[in-house]
Every structure is written in structure tokens, then in C-alpha cells.
Design a protein around this ligand. Structure first.
Ligand code: ATR
Length: 265
């Protein structure tokens, strides 16, 4: 049996096990997916241990995404983002990938959103970094807006063609934008939004990385403005789908994985 898993701290609330297990069941794969919670300063050691134990693949979440870079051979995208969320142990050395970037791209594509024109990414933390690289690599012009504008500027220097801004620029930036992605934690378990409702419009597609609640205030405001809305569970789903496909070499059963994920939300 192939053992896959997730390392994070904490991982207790993770929806990845039911999502991946549903995929294995659907395809009849002899595999299982479990969670591991090493101490916060032992991410790299945990990856080395997993490799020796014959674990087939690991997802990596907070606080280990940067720490494990040293324990793997990162692919070019993971290296540029500076974070690894997926490790494949089946080669000579552990290979590191970042499927968060592709997760955002595939979540939007699934909803028929054209990845051309201008994207506004709100937030310059780990999620904002991954989404910005993903959208820029698709050829979009990316504007990053963050509460701490200097962090948006610093991220924009790394992302091809991107510009950095404070949140006070959101109105101007969104007027001409095609895609908006919220990568801040604003709206998580609260009725709040990082984007003023009047800045939203019907030509936008809005992806919220927050998935608790699924229908965030931002997505409700976006729907009222006539925008296309994509909830954060799609982004969570597609980072998992991308990892599943890298590990198994199979096309992931997206519908089964989506149903299992949403049943847990
Ligand atoms: P993640 O890895 O999920 O992206 P993170 O690295 O902690 O998490 O980043 C959190 C993001 O949410 C940051 O962009 C943060 O803005 P700052 O860089 O200014 O801290 C943003 N954020 C968190 N709380 C916020 C709030 N109340 N208003 C606006 N932005 C907020």
C-alpha cells in the first residue's frame, strides 16, 4: 500500500485525508492518506524520516512550507515561490513542488475564467505569493495589494511584470481588472471583507482563498455585483488534485474528491 500524508502543525482540522482517500477509492488504488504533526522546528527532519520510512508522498502546510525546501530537490516553480507544499519520494531524491499556484489557476479555469488581462491579488503572504506566480505565469498582468504595502512591493519584485500597492489602491486597480483573488485571511470565520463592495463589478471573476465560510462576505458582494464567483474550496481542491496527479500519474477523479471535500466543510 502506498502511504501519502500531510505534515503541518496543527493538522487536526485538515480536509485533505477524505479528499485524497475519495480519489483512491474512486480509482481503486491501494493507497492511504494520513496526517502527521511534527514539532514546529522539525519539518525538514520529518521529511527525511518520511523518506526513510518509505512514504510515497507528502503534502506540506503551515508552518513547514519554507523549512522543507532544504530537505528536497525543489522544481523551478517551488524554488521561485520559495515554498513547497507537495513532495514526491518515489525518485532517487525527494522532489519538491508547489501546487498552490496551479490550484488557483485550475480553480479559475474550472469555472471558465479566461486567464488573460489583469489580475489583482489581495495579500502578500504565502497564499498571495503562490497565486501571484501562478497567474503571472499564465500571462496575466498581476497587481498585488496588501495592508502592508512594502510587502506587496517586495513580492512584486519577484513576480514577472507585477506591481505592488496598498489596499487604498484597490478601487483604481479593480476598475480595469478581470480577475480578483483574495489571499488574505480577512473573512475567515467572520463577516468581513478586504475589498470595498463598490469596487466590485460584473466583468470580474472573484476567487476567495478563504473557504470557511464557503460563501464569504467578499463572494456575496461579488455575486451581488454580477461577478463570477469561485469559492476557496475549489482552490483547496485543485492544489490536492494537482498533487494527486503528480503522485499517482493518473487523472484525478475531481468530482469524487470535490464531493468528499465539500462533505467535510
Ligand atoms: P498565508 O500563508 O495564508 O498567506 P500569511 O502569510 O500570514 O498567511 O499572510 C496573511 C495575509 O493576510 C497578509 O497579506 C496580511 O497582510 P499583512 O502583510 O499586512 O500582515 C493579510 N491580512 C491579515 N489580516 C488582515 C487584515 N485584518 N486586513 C488586511 N489584510 C490582512
Amino acid at each position: 500500500m502506498d502511504v501519502y500524508g500531510l505534515i503541518g502543525n496543527p493538522v487536526g482540522h485538515s480536509l485533505s485525508p477524505p479528499m485524497h482517500e475519495a480519489g483512491y477509492d474512486e480509482l481503486g488504488l491501494d493507497a492511504t492518506y494520513v496526517t502527521f504533526e511534527p514539532p514546529a522546528d522539525e519539518g525538514a527532519a520529518a521529511v527525511e524520516a518520511a523518506n526513510r520510512l518509505g512514504v510515497a508522498g507528502l503534502n506540506v502546510t503551515i508552518p513547514f512550507k519554507q523549512d522543507v525546501l532544504d530537505a528536497v530537490d525543489p522544481d523551478p516553480l517551488a524554488e521561485r515561490i520559495g515554498a513547497v507544499n507537495t513532495i514526491d519520494f518515489t525518485g532517487d531524491a525527494p522532489q519538491g513542488y508547489n501546487t498552490d499556484a496551479v490550484g488557483a489557476v485550475r480553480a479559475l479555469s474550472h469555472h471558465g475564467v479566461a486567464l488573460s488581462g489583469t489580475a489583482v491579488v489581495v495579500g502578500a503572504g504565502g497564499a498571495g505569493r503562490a497565486a501571484s506566480f501562478g497567474l503571472a505565469d499564465e500571462g496575466m498582468d498581476v497587481h498585488i495589494a496588501n495592508r502592508t504595502a512594502s510587502k506587496a512591493d517586495a513580492l512584486a519584485e519577484d513576480v514577472p511584470g507585477a506591481t505592488g500597492h496598498g489596499l487604498d489602491s484597490l478601487g483604481d486597480l479593480l476598475a480595469d481588472a478581470d480577475v480578483l483573488v483574495n489571499c488574505t485571511s480577512v473573512g475567515m470565520d467572520e463577516d468581513a471583507t478586504p475589498v470595498p463592495a463598490p469596487a466590485l463589478h460584473g466583468d470580474l471573476a472573484v476567487l476567495d482563498a478563504v473557504y470557511s465560510p464557503v460563501e464569504t462576505r467578499l463572494l456575496q458582494d461579488a455575486a451581488s455585483a454580477g461577478a463570477t464567483t469561485v469559492d476557496g474550496a475549489w482552490m483547496l481542491l485543485y492544489q490536492g488534485v494537482e498533487a494527486f496527479e503528480r503522485w499517482t500519474g493518473e487523472t484525478a477523479p475531481v468530482e469524487a474528491m470535490n464531493a468528499a471535500l465539500r462533505a467535510g466543510l
